[in-house]
Write a protein that binds this ligand. Structure first.
Ligand SMILES: [Zn+2]
Ligand SMILES: [Zn+2]
Length: 330
């Protein structure tokens, strides 16, 4: 089983050692920033949980809960393992059936066709928190509370309405030349529809009612998409603002344990920006990285090879003297 050193210079642009992140100011104190971010991350899922509690036994029951959890995990791993680590960063190699399966699961997340997703993401790494970054909370940010809020909302969701027409094809020549990938990419609307219909069919068969089928579409499809969208978008917004930095990187990326759990390991975002092609983002034993556990299991079964990891010496060379706790004036 080949374990390669994670060399990020292939297609995503590792930050040069000497580079320094652009400085930004903030109208909020560190405590205010922490409270605002904590509210932004926790209130929406808490609201959904409250709705689930109120609806339990009526419009929400065990079949809806199982559909929601199973579809969230399956499509979430399709994005993190498939779209992100396999296709965007080539962090490992796997068989064609598994690649196709991950691509379809990623499509069912409704986060965009693979080619567009990977192009946008590689552009993010190439120009992270700079002018060309499609979703930075820092670039172009105006001063003051309103400017800070606008920057955060742009990174979270606003960029989808301003950057989607830009072509990122120069970042994905490897994918554009693969007919299998192009074919599955073109069928993106079909995968989105499947992500809605599939939980509906299963819940309909389990309950043997049309209401059960409709609730399967609602909880396993629409609400699951809502939760996973915000989880992924929070990597772009929250994880470039709130958390700490273990490694030097040419941007504001942060390690955020809340997002590390909710997004199957993607929240260890400073680790990821420091070593973009590493298949493992949670580099410390306690940094839970479910996506890495799946990749490691595939490797143990002989289904993943050429798994890239940073060597101890590279991690040591990039380690910061002291984690940055102050998120305001970085
Ligand atoms: Zn980032
Ligand atoms: Zn990445």
């Amino acid at each position: 089983m080949a374990v390669l050193e994670s060399d990020s210079s292939i297609d995503c642009g590792e930050a040069p050692e000497s580079a320094t992140a652009a400085t930004t100011d903030s109208p909020l104190t560190r405590t205010q920033m922490h409270l605002a971010m904590l509210a932004a991350v926790t209130l929406p899922p808490l609201g959904v949980m409250w709705a689930m509690y109120l609806l339990w036994g009526g419009w929400f029951d065990w079949s809806g809960l199982v559909a929601l959890v199973v579809m969230y995990i399956a499509t979430g791993l399709g994005v993190t393992i498939g779209y992100h680590r396999l296709f965007a960063h080539k962090a490992f190699v796997t068989t064609t059936p598994i690649s196709v399966f991950l691509m379809i699961l990623g499509g069912m997340s409704a986060q965009g066709p693979l080619i567009w997703w990977v192009g946008t993401h590689r552009r993010h790494h190439r120009h992270s928190d700079q002018e060309e970054d499609p979703h930075s909370p820092h670039a172009h940010r105006a001063r003051g509370v309103i400017g800070w809020t606008k920057g955060f909302l742009h990174a979270h969701v606003g960029w989808l309405f301003t950057s989607t027409r830009e072509s990122n094809h120069q970042y994905v020549p490897d994918l554009l030349g693969n007919p299998t990938i192009m074919r599955i990419n073109r069928l993106f609307p079909l995968w989105v529809a499947a992500g809605l219909v599939l939980p509906g069919i299963v819940c309909g068969l389990v309950t043997m009612t049309w209401t059960g089928a409709a609730l399967g579409v609602l909880w396993g499809g629409l609400i699951r998409m809502f939760l996973l969208h915000h989880s992924t978008w929070s990597i772009n917004s929250v994880c470039h603002v709130w958390g700490w930095r273990d490694y030097r990187s040419d941007d504001h990326s942060r390690n955020n344990p809340v997002m590390g759990i909710l997004s199957f390991g993607e929240g260890w975002h400073n680790n990821h920006h420091a070593f973009p092609t590493s298949a493992r983002h949670g580099l410390k034993w306690w940094q839970l990285d479910v996506s890495w556990l799946v990749i490691r299991s595939l490797q143990a079964c002989g289904l993943a090879t050429h798994v890239r990891l940073p060597t101890e010496s590279r991690m040591k060379a990039r380690r910061r003297g002291r984690p940055l706790r102050n998120v305001v004036n970085q």
